[in-house]
Ligand binder design. Structure first.
Ligand SMILES: [Zn+2]
Ligand SMILES: [Zn+2]
Length: 153
């Protein structure tokens, strides 16, 4: 059996990528690793992990009150860390109401007691959600037609 690829897009098996961070076995060693693992937590709707890795100052009390999104991809554009502070620029793709949306954000992280935490982010505007044709290849990477994959009737 081939191991499950990590949803964060690293092309590594989940068990040697974000898996140990989500299970709590290890702390994510860099802001980028934390960002990737939090993307997987959004992907899996793992609210406990999102809470655990969110700065208490900015944690949204209503987390999880909205319908979870269909996350279909993550690209890390830039990542840096300087002491106890870090920054990651990324684009995450999601499907909502049969449209493809791109969330382009610069996230800010703080390291507290050895663990990186998400603090906040600035959004970049990358235009409107785009309708996906049913006959197009699904943006999730399955190789199937959108109409037979993430399409919602
Ligand atoms: Zn991963
Ligand atoms: Zn799909």
């Amino acid at each position: 059996m081939t191991p499950l690829p990590c949803p964060c897009g690293s092309k590594l098996p989940f068990d040697t990528c974000c898996g140990p961070y989500l299970s709590g076995a290890r702390f994510a060693p860099t802001p980028e690793a934390l960002m990737r693992s939090r993307y997987v937590a959004f992907f899996n709707n793992d609210l406990d992990y999102l809470k655990k890795t969110w700065h208490p100052e900015t944690f949204p009390e209503d987390l999880g009150s909205e319908e979870p999104s269909n996350w279909v991809g993550l690209d890390i554009l830039a990542a840096e860390e300087d002491g106890e502070e870090g920054e990651v620029e990324f684009k995450a793709r999601l499907i909502f109401q049969n449209k493809l949306e791109v969330l382009h954000e610069i996230s800010y992280f703080d390291k507290i007691d050895g663990a990186w935490l998400y603090h906040s982010g600035d959004f970049e505007n990358d235009g409107k959600p785009e309708k996906i044709s049913k006959s197009a290849v699904c943006p999730c990477g399955s190789g199937k037609q959108f109409g037979n994959c993430h399409f919602e009737r």
